[in-house]
Ligand binder design. Structure first.
Ligand SMILES: CC(C)(COP(=O)(O)OP(=O)(O)OC[C@H]1O[C@@H](n2cnc3c(N)ncnc32)[C@H](O)[C@@H]1O)[C@@H](O)C(=O)NCCC(=O)NCCS
Ligand SMILES: Nc1ncnc2c1ncn2[C@@H]1O[C@H](COP(=O)(O)OP(=O)(O)OP(=O)(O)O)[C@@H](O)[C@H]1O
Length: 199
């Protein structure tokens, strides 16, 4: 029997690191950030044109979308983030659902790595929800380092997301990533062995 795991948690909490570990054990991983990037890079269903007509030419360098500028715009303004989500989420939902079906042709375990899993109602696409826990300070430090963001840019990205406490209410499994990487790896190894390995 196959299984779909929705791996969520807030920005820079460690989802990609954990999905990378699950991939090493044998899971197929679908990264929602990559799906979103593909939608805009390839103008899937006219998304890029919709973004230009909603947000204007100021976030483009010629024909090229400046993702950093769009991020600075929407993450500071909930109404604008909603406008972007209204364009992106329906398109991404179709792609994510389709991709999960395709991945199941070759893998029994599929992990959907998505910060917006609950916000996008993708909990309906998976069997279990795993939530990664990190403190806001850890998110902030890791985000500034990873994405070379200024403190205020990083804070606005963190504050734009559904609070962790709300996500935890949906959790079948909680992964504590507040310690060092080895402590997290031990939890992931145990979860693989007890919940996924024999699928
Ligand atoms: C606003 C955009 C252009 C900023 O691009 P940028 O390259 O700076 O960031 P990137 O896409 O790598 O996202 C970084 C992180 O931001 C957070 N994030 C991204 N989009 C959202 C969103 N709509 N709501 C809440 N958090 C988000 C996630 O934690 C994500 O991992 C981009 O994030 C985007 O197109 N977002 C809408 C599509 C989407 O929801 N993607 C995320 C799926 S999890
Ligand atoms: N326990 C940890 N200790 C130290 N650094 C960590 C730990 N966990 C993750 N990191 C680092 O923090 C950064 C953020 O982790 P990661 O990219 O996995 O987060 P994410 O949840 O996938 O973020 P996003 O929502 O933006 O996709 C990475 O540079 C990662 O190497």
């Amino acid at each position: 029997m196959s299984i779909d795991v929705g791996l969520t948690g807030n920005i820079a909490s460690g989802k990609s690191m954990i999905s990378g570990m699950l991939r090493e054990y044998g899971a197929a991983v679908l990264d929602a950030d990559s799906v979103g990037k593909n939608v805009l890079a390839n103008n899937v269903e006219g998304a890029l044109e919709q973004v230009r007509s909603s947000f204007g030419d100021g976030i483009f360098d010629g024909k090229q979308l400046n993702r950093h500028l769009l991020g600075n715009l929407v993450f500071g303004h909930p109404d604008l983030l909603k406008e972007l989500n209204d364009i992106m989420v329906p398109i991404m939902t179709r792609l994510v659902a389709n991709e999960i079906t395709i991945l199941h042709r070759t893998s029994t375990v599929v992990v959907l790595d998505a910060a917006i899993l609950i916000e996008a109602s993708w909990q309906n696409l998976v069997d279990e929800i795993w939530v990664v826990k990190a403190s806001k300070n850890e998110q902030l430090e890791r985000l500034m380092t990873r994405d070379h963001l200024a403190r205020d840019e990083a804070i606005s990205r963190i504050e734009a997301q559904m609070p962790l406490a709300q996500k935890l209410a949906y959790a079948d499994v909680i992964i504590d990533n507040t310690m060092d990487v080895e402590q997290t790896r031990k939890q992931v190894e145990m979860l693989w062995k007890t919940r996924l390995q024999n699928r």
